[in-house]
Design a protein around this ligand. Structure first.
Ligand code: NAP
Length: 205
């Protein structure tokens, strides 16, 4: 790579409540498909929009993400949204990452397709789309036709990536913990240990 080539930085946004094998496979696949140099996981702060359910504290979700990604030299974790006050807007995160980068970077924002629809619908879609290439990860059986109708997939900055491992979901993992079912291999071993030690998801979540 020549000196003038920008660094290709993947930004993996999610609540990660908890992070699971599907998220890790998604990030690795994006790294490969889009020839990224690194993927930065960005756990959300306090998700004010998730009405009607408790979300584990940002610090718990941040630490589980660090544990899950520790063994991959191309993965790292940012505290940028965990520490920012108020609602989390992806556009602000991308702008801050660009502003504080020490080198020229090209941004690739990776998240779930349904979450991506919200980003496009809620805040400055054109500005958001000019900040990064968007990679929407979907589960097998996901209604891509709906995504194509609502998201500007014809836009050169939007791609869809189907990830079979995303049959695993955080919602199902929380239910399993609550009901005493196994989560081994659905989450990294260290994350399972952290969930048990911190007593997460045993209550009404
Ligand atoms: P969500 O609504 O909890 O998740 C929607 C779907 O996407 C779920 O099926 C979820 O599965 C999946 N998903 C979430 N993150 C994923 C990832 N990184 N890789 C693969 N699948 C993923 O979404 P969210 O966690 O609140 O938000 C995701 C990202 O979008 C965050 O970075 C958030 O800040 C951003 N966002 C921004 C705006 C805005 O700027 N206005 C609005 C909405 C979301 P799991 O539950 O298994 O993860």
């Amino acid at each position: 790579m020549g000196a003038a080539e920008p660094k290709r930085l993947g930004v993996m946004g999610g609540t990660f409540d908890p992070i699971h094998a599907g998220h890790l496979v998604t990030a690795e696949e994006a790294l490969w498909q889009f020839r990224l140099d690194e993927v930065l996981f960005v756990p959300t702060g306090r998700p004010w929009m998730k009405e009607g359910r408790d979300v584990a504290a940002p610090e718990h979700r941040y630490l589980m993400t660090v544990i899950a990604t520790a063994s991959n030299p191309r993965f790292s974790v940012s505290r940028i949204e965990v520490e920012r006050e108020g609602p989390t807007y992806t556009v602000e995160t991308l702008q801050e990452l660009r502003r504080t980068a020490e080198e020229h970077i090209e941004l690739f924002f990776i998240t779930g397709a349904d979450a991506m629809l919200e980003i496009f619908q809620w805040k400055d879609p054109e500005e958001v789309l000019s900040e990064a290439h968007f990679i929407a990860a979907t589960r097998p059986g996901y209604d891509i036709a709906r995504f194509e109708k609502e998201a500007p997939t014809s836009h050169p900055n939007v791609s869809v990536m189907t990830i079979p491992a995303l049959a695993i979901s955080s919602t199902d993992i929380r239910r399993r913990v609550r009901e005493g079912e196994p989560i081994r291999y659905l989450v990294p071993e260290g994350v399972q240990a952290y969930i048990e030690k911190a007593g997460l998801y045993r209550g009404g979540r």
